[in-house]
Ligand binder design. Sequence first.
Ligand SMILES: [Zn+2]
Length: 419
Amino acid sequence: MTTERIGRTYRVLLVLLVCSLAAAVPAAAGSSPSEGARPTVVLVILDGCAAYSLDLLPSEAYLRQAAAEGFYQHVRTVFPSSTAAGHAAILTGKWPDENGVTGKQFMGSDGTLNGFSSPQLLEAPTVIERAAKAGLRTACISGKEGVRSLFGEDADLAVSPASVPSWVLEEVGPPPDESTQYEDYCGWYEKLDRWVIDVAGAFVKEAGPGAFIVLNLAGPDKVGHRFGPVPAPETTQCLISVGEALRGLTGVLEEVAREDWAVVVTADHGMTSVSKAIVPSELFGGIADDGLAYSLDGGVLYAWPTPTTEEAVVSALKGAEGVAEVITTSDERRALLHASHPRSAPIIAIARQGYMFTESSAFMEYTKGSHGTLLDTDVMVPLMVYGPQVVKTGIGISEIGDTVEIAGVLAELLGGLGD
Ligand SMILES: [Zn+2]
């Protein structure tokens, strides 16, 4: 059924449609969308989905069927294998030391730690920005507010559960009620991902042909952290549910964009099973009182010591159970890992397989998955492209090995975006 449906998209469909370009969603400055002038491309970022997770899904899962119908392979995300850096690499086509998004947090000039939540921190243009300049309608629809706030500024429609424009409330309705999240954790995230995809469908209809839509689906990450990666049944079910919603989006794309659409599916990072904690407050003891700021990102710890605490911090980390590697300022590995940006922490520690950095070992009772390291399960992510526009452009992805190359694929599918 699904295979037939996807296959159908490769044949020319004569569909008469009434294309409404009503300005319920504000148009990008200078844009003048015209029917059929540009394809519609949807970038789906499965937050926290390791490549092997897709391979382990049952064969009837839509994501498996779409992979078989289009092109599919494993590619490598950046270090650290975490959300902000992973998304920035995909959307800018640049490494962390080139785009400025170096991890979860960085030390601000005021001496406090900041998250990557402002587009001013991006040091390279995103595909969203380039697509908007090229006259395409654009949307950034995210299950995570941080992704919306970092990448949504240039989009005609920017949505997260924490920021829902009235147009979305009218067309699709509100996201699932946050107060009910813990009654049925997996079900709640399945609903959230379905809502994100429903908003995408509504935007595709509203925009008409010629649009670029970025989706962040938070469920695989949130459920994976709590229950562990596939084959954990909860995370498996989450990805099956995401696939069913994407099957529905394919139907919308067929209606609106006829034979001029493509979907690109990838992930910002993977997910690894963990059972043991590395607790920095226990590790550093009194060092922190003498001047040490640090930030935890699952499999990675970033530390900003003072000159007087640096040696003790490195020594504590190197002697800690569960720490695989400690990267200092002068380490040659830093350049190889693209961790040489001024925002990159002077000390970076990476956890061994099965361990994660956390504030308290008590958190491990309900944390079964983590990411951030250089393990294959954290850095190898899926790259899948399907839809008739893939065939029309003759695009191949077999040469692509890193997620930073996906921006080039998107630009090509969108008909070329210039620089
Ligand atoms: Zn993520």
